[in-house]
Design a protein around this ligand. Structure first.
Ligand SMILES: NC(=O)c1ccc[n+]([C@@H]2O[C@H](COP(=O)([O-])OP(=O)(O)OC[C@H]3O[C@@H](n4cnc5c(N)ncnc54)[C@H](O)[C@@H]3O)[C@@H](O)[C@H]2O)c1
Length: 362
């Protein structure tokens, strides 16, 4: 099976399409905007994501289209990578996936079984609900989230730490396993389970990471209050192999488009099931407490508000252009509210556009 379709070729989907294309699959990517699709086909799309422009320029077996029916004809494997933003109540908004499923239903019952593989972040049990809607149309729904970091998406897709497959049935699981064995270059561990197990696993893994970051910052705050060095303490703790050094540094709290919302979604889903997920809630609160402590420390150490405060970046991490839940941005804005002149030195266009009007400093 050499043909694959990717529905939704935004930040993540485009990278996935390019990665699969490099493994010599024939890829059709679908998106809704004609203009965006043209930029991809002309290979003139600008991307801040490492290597995307380069991979796109060199891609041979990837075309973008807007016609969903052609993508469905092209392959029996349809990866879905449309957006699932968070609702104000913290649940994922599945509207784009729901509307895609409605469009698939309008295309009628398929002669050959179609494997619909949802890569979006979803509330656990959601994929079971779309399988029910698609049962009579000959679709098998699987869930296959990606664990990637902004700025290194392509690298993470080629060399994932592990692969999570929430299989709709055994055939779907084996099919996905073979695709991963072909396009990854590091022979990753592959975990096969049910759709709901994989949905729960995806957000639970991120909950663990937020907990680890919140813990490290809590210990660091205590250390500073005690005139101790946070880095020495955390480095020693992280060197215990049961704990590990990753995400155990002292610094800004967690932010970005995945960690905070996955962590909150887990608490909400747990609540639906009558479980009080105190650990998720505590990491979230601890992140805010840490930010307040960082501001208090800064003000104590820098009482002269006439000296401008410079930031190299206020995105949630240096390599990214995203401001989503950026603790650095919250920190800079709060200092400005306290009367400091704040100067942002980041000149990346995507960033300057987003922060326009937020800061009064140079
Ligand atoms: N970007 C990341 O770093 C990241 C990381 C982990 C998980 N995810 C998950 O991946 C999913 C996609 O995220 P993203 O950041 O790539 O979103 P995005 O907004 O960049 O891309 C989504 C794309 O889907 C397109 N789309 C919407 N409806 C469509 C339809 N009916 N048919 C075809 N295309 C359609 C949009 O036009 C857009 O280009 C989300 O569920 C997100 O939670 C993203």
């Amino acid at each position: 099976m050499n043909n694959i379709s990717v529905i939704g070729i935004g930040k993540l989907g485009l990278c996935f399409a390019l990665t699969l294309g490099r493994a010599e699959y024939n890829i059709v990517g679908v998106d809704i905007s004609e203009e965006y699709v043209n930029l991809i086909n002309n290979k003139t799309l600008k991307s801040s994501e490492e290597n995307v422009e380069n991979y796109l320029k060199n891609s041979k077996n990837f075309i973008a289209i807007t016609d969903l029916s052609k993508a469905v004809q092209h392959s029996n494997i349809l990866f879905v990578v449309v957006a699932t933003p968070s609702l104000p109540n913290g649940r994922y908004d599945h509207t784009q996936v729901d509307s895609l499923v409605s469009k698939l239903i309008l295309l009628g019952k398929q002669e050959q079984t179609k494997h619909l593989v949802v890569c979006c972040t979803t509330m656990p049990e959601y994929c079971d609900s779309i399988q029910l809607r698609l049962n009579e149309y000959n679709y098998v729904v699987s869930y296959n989230p990606e664990f990637i970091a902004q700025g290194t998406i392509l690298k993470n897709q080629e060399k994932p730490d592990m692969v999570l497959i929430g299989e709709g049935n055994e055939e779907a699981g084996t099919l996905l396993e073979n695709i991963y064995l072909k396009h990854t270059t590091n022979n990753p561990l592959i975990h096969r389970m049910t759709r709901t197990e994989a949905e729960l696993c995806k957000i639970s893994l991120n909950c663990f990471l937020t907990t680890k970051i919140a813990y490290a910052n809590m210990i660091g705050d205590i250390a500073l209050r005690t005139n101790c060095n946070p880095d020495r303490i955390l480095s020693a703790i992280g060197s215990d192999s049961r704990i590990g050094k990753k995400y155990i540094g002292y610094g800004f709290g967690f932010g970005g488009p995945c960690f905070p919302r996955d962590n909150r979604a887990l608490a909400i889903f747990a609540n639906d099931k009558g479980i009080n997920a105190l650990i998720s809630k505590a990491s979230d609160q601890s992140n805010d407490i840490h930010l307040n402590y960082q501001i208090e420390q800064f003000v104590k150490q820098n009482p002269n508000k006439d000296i401008p405060v410079e930031f190299d970046y206020v995105t949630y991490k240096k390599e990214s252009v995203l401001l989503t839940e950026s603790q650095q941005l919250k920190f800079a804005l709060q200092l400005q509210n306290l009367g400091y002149e704040v100067i942002i030195k980041d000149t990346r266009e995507e960033v300057t556009q987003q922060i326009k009007g937020m800061f009064h400093g140079k």
